[in-house]
Design a protein around this ligand. Structure first.
Ligand code: DGI
Ligand code: FE
Ligand code: FE
Length: 207
């Protein structure tokens, strides 16, 4: 590990709970693998993966005070959901407390929860590594992991669709970026093929 990663790992350990810490190490490793596979900057992928959830354990008032102090023009519609706050405040902490100025790392962390249409490769890698890292356990995770190595857009679309499905099933508020990313994929990618292949394989995976 580089000195920088060692130092950030120590800071992260003191900022989040044990489970989140393990998840973050998993995302760091998975993001590195995907960066290698798809030709992105491995060091940036590792740092973004390691630190993407650094503010996950803050309270809502703590998030809101960071946003008021450092980024008062955020969309009020995004600030409405507690789920979304850590993706707004993590880049603030990265920039102001850890001195990370790299715009690619900061924007990957900023977009890791809702995504947005037209993500960069590094943004896609972090979004996908977040739900495919080795500690994640849910039906079909193996399929998504394999898809992530084959075609990052296929994995991203299928993961986004799965996440959106869960939010809809729970009757949660959907932020516009999440919807817009879904529609962007429907309009610009071969999503019907992604779904057909996914359904074909998962059917065969069920005993
Ligand atoms: O922080 P993680 O648990 O590793 O994962 P995450 O940052 O991708 O997601 C955090 C939560 O945010 C997860 O339960 C899904 C949820 N989420 C994603 N998009 C939306 C959302 N929640 C709401 N209410 N609306 C969204 O558009
Ligand atoms: Fe997160
Ligand atoms: Fe995460």
């Amino acid at each position: 590990m580089t000195d920088e990663i060692t130092q950030f790992t120590e800071i992260l350990k003191n900022s989040v709970d044990e489970k989140r810490f393990r998840h973050s190490l998993g995302v760091m490793n998975e993001a590195e693998t995907l960066a290698e596979r798809h030709g992105a900057d491995k060091n940036k992928a590792k740092i973004a993966g390691l630190l993407h959830d650094i503010t996950k354990n803050l309270s809502v008032p703590e998030h809101l005070s960071l946003i008021r102090a450092h980024s008062p023009n955020e969309d009020p519609e995004e600030v409405k959901s507690p789920n979304l706050l850590h993706a707004i405040t993590a880049p603030i902490v990265l920039r102001n407390k850890l001195g990370i100025k790299d715009p690619e790392i900061l924007s990957a962390v900023r977009r890791h929860t809702t995504a947005k249409p037209g993500l960069t490769l590094l943004e896609k890698i972090l979004f996908v590594a977040d739900f495919t890292e080795p500690n994640r356990q849910y039906a079909d995770v193996e399929y998504y992991r394999k898809a992530a190595r084959e075609d990052i857009d296929k994995a991203l679309f299928l993961g986004l669709r799965w996440g959106l499905g869960n939010l809809l099933a729970r009757g949660e508020y959907i932020y516009k970026n999440t919807w817009e990313t879904y529609n962007y994929y429907i309009l610009n990618f071969h999503t019907a093929d992604y779904i057909a292949e996914f359904q074909g394989k998962t059917e065969r995976m069920i005993p």
